[in-house]
Design a protein around this ligand. Sequence first.
Ligand SMILES: C[S@@+](CC[C@H](N)C(=O)[O-])C[C@H]1O[C@@H](n2cnc3c(N)ncnc32)[C@H](O)[C@@H]1O
Length: 333
Amino acid sequence: MSYCMQIAVTDRAPSPQIDRAPPRLVDERALLREGLTRPLPEISARYLYDDHGSALFEQITRLPSYYQTRTELQILERDAAELLTLAAPTRLIELGSGAGRKIRLLLDAWPTGQVDRTCTMLDINERFLRDALAALARDYPQIRFHGLVGDFQRDLPHIPKAGRRLILFFAGTIGNLDPAARRAFLRQLAADMDPEDALLVGLDLVKDPRRIDAAYNDPEGVTAAFNRNALAALNHRFGANFDLDGFAHRAFYDPVAARVEMRLVAVAAQRIQLTDLDLELTLARGDELRTEISCKFTRDALTGEAAEAGLQLRAWRSDPDALFALALLGRAP
Ligand SMILES: C[S@@+](CC[C@H](N)C(=O)[O-])C[C@H]1O[C@@H](n2cnc3c(N)ncnc32)[C@H](O)[C@@H]1O
């Protein structure tokens, strides 16, 4: 069962108002079961972001080797005002908003003359969303905030339609979708966008593989803990009995596919029961589970994918070392 829940926060009503959209039937257990019974068993990256996982991700964003967050923040610090001028939104919508740090740079640069400025944040993690919205509502009382607990792959039909929208998708999160899922996601967004709406996407760029490898193999071990935590999430949500110490973190960049794969390697033979899935998983020593992919982009690759989905590149902003980029897209005429 997947649900989508709406939270509204304004300066007049600081305690969140919650609406639940009608539940839709998505059989999480069947999807997870199908993933775990593939030749290379797979756990959806969405399970990385329970409360502990989201807190670990916040720690990752501050690690010296994790260039992505600070580079995207630098680009936003430099270019937020210009991007807002190009898009001229009355409503910001952030997908996978997490702690809501980056959106502050846009809120700071959003012209105050703009009446009725509204900001919607969508995330799968309700606690992080609530905390982020409460902090934003406190710090920006002149802006109306609205939250949507939901899944950006399943709940796009529930994002607000009103206003001139700038849809934000930061952190290279689009790279967590494989090419087919990305195509479907971009097509759905494009079909839903009005000609004056825009989409701002953060992209981790193709670069020296050693730089990318280092970002996912920090010596502090935070990414390893983040990766293993997916198993704790399955233990908690689906009655599984994974032993987290029974798995080693592995992350590597595949330059041909231009993507990082994050995996968990069984350090010994083991049998895992997933009670709610009615599944027993038998692993030999060295068997792997995939927990995340993170695709890397070039400007040409992104422009091509966008065009296929009916979107056109309106601006491309990168850092001097071409580590990361922000692509502003609009509907193709
Ligand atoms: C890589 S983090 C990025 C967080 C934040 N936007 C940033 O730039 O630091 C991905 C975020 O997307 C959320 N997320 C992951 N999968 C999701 C899904 N399928 N639907 C909605 N949110 C999701 C996570 O909870 C997390 O907050």
